[in-house]
Ligand binder design. Sequence first.
Ligand code: NAD
Length: 549
Amino acid sequence: MSRSVRAPRGTTITAKGWPQEAALRMLQNNLDPEVAEHPEQLVVYGGSGRAARDWRSYDALVRTLTTLEGDETLLVQSGRPVGVFRTHEWAPRVLIANSNLVPDWANWEEFRRLEAAGLTMYGQMTAGSWIYIGTQGILQGTYETFAAVAAKRFGGSLAGTITLTAGLGGMGGAQPLAITMNGGVAICVDCDPRSVTRRIEHRYLDVQADSLDEALRLAYEARDARRPLSIGVVGNAAEVLPDLLARGAEIDVVTDQTSAHDPLAYLPVGVAFEDMAAERDKDPAGFTERARASMARHVEAMVGFQDAGAEVFDYGNSIRGEAQLAGYGRAFDFPGFVPAYIRPLFCEGKGPFRWAALSGDPADIAATDRAILELFPDNEPLARWIRTAGEKVHFQGLPARICWLGYGERDVAGERFNDMVASGELQAPIVIGRDHLDSGSVASPYRETEAMADGSDAIADWPLLNAMLNTASGASWVSIHHGGGVGIGRSIHAGQVTVADGTDLAREKLNRVLTNDPGTGVMRHVDAGYEEAAQVAEDRGVRIPMRES
Ligand code: NAD
């Protein structure tokens, strides 16, 4: 059955309170055709990440959220409402558990079997927890990663540098804009000409070069003028990167976002792009082997650039693992992006704080943007992001914003937004949440918790503690998921969303949740032995019993 869903806007509500109305609108917003990739299948993003298990469950969710009292809690089991219980006004209005399996059963095969039997759904991260805000989330995370690269190696800006990367797909397509927003020059390789033209149409990519010579000429000119520019080139990264390395191309940063996590989606050398689908269908095993062999060449060139002095990192697509499977011995010579750049931010409880305006009016987001600039006047990368996002980000569904804030910052922002709702400066309440990719809310050994200092990569108690603490602190809805980002069997993570409806009670809840939620990130990193986190805990008063004597 095909349905069209869109969240209501404005101040007339159908639920019995703003927190319930907010959950209802955010569920509907996730399924808005402007937001969701395949709304007719209830798929929001990230492969098959769903907002509800099926349309019958969706209808029951809407019905229940509309009738839910302010002292009741709705339980959702993998996209399906399963119970309503009397709790109290500080309790979450919704508690969600998505895609969880007993560990010995936690693999794709078993998950798909149970999904086909109608017993579960894949919730990804923010799909099944109703706080997805479209590609802005990916753009901001990518911007933040390149800002961290700039801070680490280039004095805070990518101006005067050239970044070489590949993959201009759904997520990788954010790379060129994130690099130019940081002042740099990007050369982006993709074997699919449509990926290149699509990014130009959407204004994520500036120009296409017809040859490598032209790409280098444009890149050097822009670099020398310290002018941001992104350049697309059609080609196979497994050929282009070794070629550029052999020419001695002056490259400062190298990464990759081809879809290497799935060898059937990576084009092997020797296969024309037009023949890719046919070749794959004809012989999937042979195709996988050839793709892995090409990834080994691709990664070997990345290591070559590192040897030549470039900053090189894996951008969470498993290309190192695939190259290693093909027998390349130095695949893990360069780090993953989390240990390289993001972990220091996680140590400060920093992560992807996001909010949406339930009024539906972009003016409300413009007002919150101004508030963020006022609240954090000394944070230059944040100010640059907020200003550029205001100019360049096209809203999908309810107007929304994302920016990275840490411990001691998120609560300040949340309380200010609540005050703005109370005073009438904003037209309707604001929903405040985050990605599950956050400092204290995820266990994911191939990504967010790769190479933890104490080896605790696979310890999954932390996201569970995070969810329980957010529940105890007054969040409006809390979720525990399995398998988001990197797939079934590979991650456990939690989310929270809290509504700023202008009431004193909301202010109290926001203060607790937005202090405690990033506080679990500081705690987790102190426990793993990160001195930066211990310093943050000490300076800002996060109590860590094992360090008190
Ligand atoms: P996608 O499938 O939409 O796009 C992949 C692109 O790679 C396509 O445009 C394809 O044409 C291109 N490609 C494939 N083989 C190629 C080759 N040999 N040479 C040049 N181009 C090639 O995927 P996506 O959503 O953009 O994600 C890309 C990868 O990045 C995935 O593996 C994803 O898991 C990973 N990713 C990680 C993070 C993170 O860890 N934060 C964030 C975003 C994406």
